[in-house]
Design a protein around this ligand. Structure first.
Ligand code: CDP
Length: 247
């Protein structure tokens, strides 16, 4: 059991990233957006004029990837969306990125979001969420994000791209997008970010022993990091180690 790893998987624009960031901050855990790894590989290939589906170049780019590559500001364009889905279907790329993801989560625990975290990267994660929403709701969210960033595009083409990417992610042979058997399914079609966060916290508190405030290991962790035991709180388990996150 990867005691302090939370896996969050799901299709594009379902709200995984927002949820993962909030959970990580709240629990004082590091956060990794694993989609950025595939996006950064895709960006390298596009910049070098290679096809994103070229396995040799894609694997070479994945092996050479540096953590600073994830900080590039040009990783979230529709062009990179499509190229990332293409490189992500290449088994050698996934193999090259696997150890980095495992290493990130294994050291101190972490929240990771992606497509295969609960199925392949951390099948022993303490908690797994599969965050989803109707494709129309997801397309509208992504379109609004792009509008805000000043990227000119229309809703229909965002919807078409999203359907194509869903199909590619779900049908590929290597690590297809599929909920883990033990994942908690969170449908955010009719939820805002705050409601999704509250629902996830509630599920964690109910189902995952370690994240309950009365759990002995959590109590020890609080004592170790703060010198005090978790006190009673009407706000649930996360209040017990509030100093470690943003609350
Ligand atoms: O932000 P959005 O959900 O649109 O995409 P992302 O999470 O940044 O992922 C971009 C692409 O990388 C996805 O369409 C997947 O094909 C791929 N991906 C993957 O295969 N496995 C992951 N763990 C994360 C992303």
């Amino acid at each position: 059991m990867s005691a302090r790893v939370i896996a969050i998987d799901g299709p594009a624009a379902a709200g995984k990233g927002t949820l993962a960031r909030r959970l990580a901050a709240h629990l004082g855990l590091p956060y990794l957006d694993t989609g950025l790894l595939y996006r950064a590989v895709a960006r390298h290939l596009l910049d070098a004029g290679h096809l994103p589906s070229d396995p040799r170049e894609a694997v070479a780019a994945a092996i050479r990837l540096q953590p600073t590559d994830l900080e590039r500001t040009d990783l979230r364009t529709p062009e990179v969306d499509r190229a990332a889905a293409a490189v992500a279907a290449i088994p050698g790329v996934r193999a090259a990125l696997l150890e980095f993801q495992r290493g990130f989560g294994s050291a101190h625990g972490a929240v990771l979001d992606g497509r295969d975290i609960g199925t392949i990267i951390f099948p022993e994660a303490a908690a797994k969420f599969f965050v989803t929403a109707s494709v129309e709701a997801r397309a509208e969210r992504r379109w609004k994000e792009l509008q805000q960033k000043g990227v000119a595009t229309d809703l229909q083409s965002v919807l078409d791209d999203m359907k194509a990417r869903d199909a590619a992610d779900e049908s590929r042979a290597a690590a297809p997008l599929v909920p883990a058997n033990d994942a908690i399914i969170l449908d955010t079609t009719h939820m805002d970010a705050g409601q999704a966060f509250a629902a996830a916290l509630h599920a964690l508190e109910k189902t995952v022993l370690f994240f309950r405030k009365e759990h002995p290991l959590r109590r020890q962790e609080c004592e170790r990091t703060r010198g005090t035991a978790p006190g009673p709180s009407s706000q649930g388990f996360t209040a017990s180690c509030r100093h470690r996150g943003t609350g």
